[in-house]
Design a protein around this ligand. Structure first.
Ligand code: COI
Length: 366
C-alpha cells in the first residue's frame, strides 16, 4: 500500500488536442442537466503492489483501455465519489469538503479490499482537473461542475480475490438540476426490494449498490415516481434511503430526524453538513429509526411538516408524496417546505461563497 511519502505529488499534463469548440461547450452549458456531458480532460493515477500510486496525469478525456479479464468487469471491484466545484462571486473556483469525500473513498476502499488513496492525492487530483476545465462551469441556476472520482480493479485475473492493480480516475461533468422534471417536490415509490443488508456493502459507495437499485428504480419510474425508497432488509419496516440520496423529516415541533448510520446507509456528506447546519440554527436533529407506518400516521395527523432528500447531486430536494402497494400519501402541502428551503439556502450560500463558512468546509482554488 502506498504511504503518503511514496505518493506522487506532480501531475503530468497532456492537453486535449481536440477540445470541444466554444460553441459546442456553450450549447452544453446552457442546459447541462445531470451527468450528460463531460469536460475535455480527466485525471488518471495507477496503483500496483510494487510501485504504489504512480503516474498521476491530466490527460484528454476519452475511453480507457482495459483487459477483458480486468477484475472490475467480473466482480465489480469499484468504488466512486461525487463532489462539486462552484464558482464564487470573485470568479475563483471552490470545492466543498473534499476531505470528507477523500475519507469516504478510503472507507469504501477498505470495504472493497482496495488500496487506500492518500487524501492529499485525492484532493490534488480533483484540483488539477478543475483547474484544467474550469471553463466548463455552467452559469445556470444551481450550476456546478460535478466531479466523479472512482477507483477500479484493473488486474487481468479471474480468481475471486482482491486485485493487485488499480486505476483511480477523476472525470468532470457540468451540472444543473439532478431531477429532469424540475418539479417543486419529488414523489417516492417504496420498493419491495432492499438496498443493503447488515454486514453488506450499504455504507460503501460502490457501483454494485447502485446496480442493485436499478430494477427498483425502473419500477418506480414505470409507476410514475421520481425516486425509489428503500426500507431495511430485516423487517422491511424502517426507512433507510433513496436510490442515491439520504432522507430528512421535519416535525411540527421544529425538530428533524434522519435515519442513523448503522452500516446499511450511505454516510452522505450533504447529510452530515445539514445536521451540523441545523444544529447551528439551534434545531434538534435526531439520528433515529423511523418506520414507514409512523411516517404515514404522522403525515395524516399533521405531526410531520416536511420531508426532504439530500445528496451532492440532488442537493436538497423536497419530497411531496410517497406511494406503496397500500396507496399514496402526501406530506404537508405536497410542495417545498419552509425549513427545507431555509436549510438548502444556508448550505448552498456557503458552497457558493455567498455566506461565511463557519466550519471551514470550503476549499478555494484560486
Ligand atoms: C451523488 O449525489 O454524488 C451521488 O453519488 C448520487 C448519485 C448521482 C449516484
Amino acid at each position: 500500500m502506498a504511504s503518503l511519502a511514496e505518493a506522487p505529488t506532480r501531475f503530468t499534463h497532456t492537453a486535449n488536442p481536440a477540445p470541444r469548440s466554444a460553441e459546442a461547450r456553450a450549447a452544453v452549458l446552457a442546459n447541462p442537466g445531470f451527468g450528460n456531458a463531460f469536460t475535455d480532460h480527466m485525471v488518471t493515477i495507477d496503483w500496483t503492489e510494487d510501485h504504489g500510486w504512480h503516474g498521476a496525469a491530466v490527460v484528454p478525456y476519452g475511453p480507457i483501455m482495459l483487459d477483458p479479464a480486468a477484475s472490475v468487469l467480473h466482480y465489480a471491484q469499484e468504488i466512486f465519489e461525487g463532489l462539486k466545484a462552484y464558482r464564487h462571486p470573485d470568479g475563483s473556483m471552490a470545492l466543498f469538503r473534499p476531505d470528507a469525500n477523500a475519507a469516504r473513498l478510503n472507507a469504501s476502499a477498505q470495504r472493497l479490499a482496495m488500496p487506500q488513496l492518500p487524501p492529499e492525492l485525492f484532493i490534488a487530483a480533483v484540483e488539477e482537473l478543475v483547474a484544467a476545465d474550469r471553463a466548463w462551469f455552467p452559469e445556470v441556476e444551481g450550476g456546478s461542475i460535478y466531479l466523479r472520482p472512482f477507483m477500479i480493479a484493473t488486474e487481468a485475473f479471474l480468481g475471486v480475490r482482491p486485485a493487485k492493480s488499480y486505476k483511480f480516475i477523476v472525470i468532470a461533468s457540468p451540472a444543473g438540476n439532478y431531477f429532469k422534471s424540475g418539479a417543486p417536490a419529488v414523489s417516492l415509490w417504496v420498493s419491495d426490494y432492499t438496498r443493503a443488508a447488515p454486514g453488506g456493502t450499504g455504507a460503501a459507495k460502490c457501483g454494485g449498490n447502485y446496480a442493485a437499485s436499478l430494477v427498483p428504480t425502473k419500477e418506480a419510474f414505470a409507476r410514475g415516481h421520481d425516486q425509489v425508497l428503500f426500507l431495511d432488509a430485516a423487517e422491511h419496516k424502517w426507512v433507510e434511503e433513496l436510490g442515491g440520496m439520504n432522507l430528512f423529516f421535519v416535525f411540527a415541533d421544529g425538530t428533524l430526524l434522519t435515519p442513523p448510520l448503522t452500516g446499511t446507509i450511505l454516510p452522505g456528506v450533504t447529510r452530515d453538513s445539514l445536521i451540523k447546519l441545523a444544529r447551528d440554527e439551534g434545531l434538534t436533529v435526531r439520528e433515529d429509526r423511523y418506520s414507514l407506518d409512523q411516517w404515514r400516521a404522522d403525515a395524516a395527523s399533521g405531526n410531520l411538516f416536511e420531508v426532504f432528500a439530500c445528496g451532492t447531486a440532488a442537493v436538497v430536494t423536497p419530497v411531496g408524496t410517497v406511494a406503496d402497494r397500500d396507496g399514496e400519501f402526501t406530506i404537508g402541502s405536497g410542495g417545498p417546505g419552509q425549513l427545507t428551503g431555509k436549510l438548502k439556502a444556508r448550505l448552498t450560500a456557503i458552497q457558493r461563497g455567498e455566506a461565511p463558512d463557519p466550519h471551514g468546509w470550503v476549499v478555494r482554488l484560486g
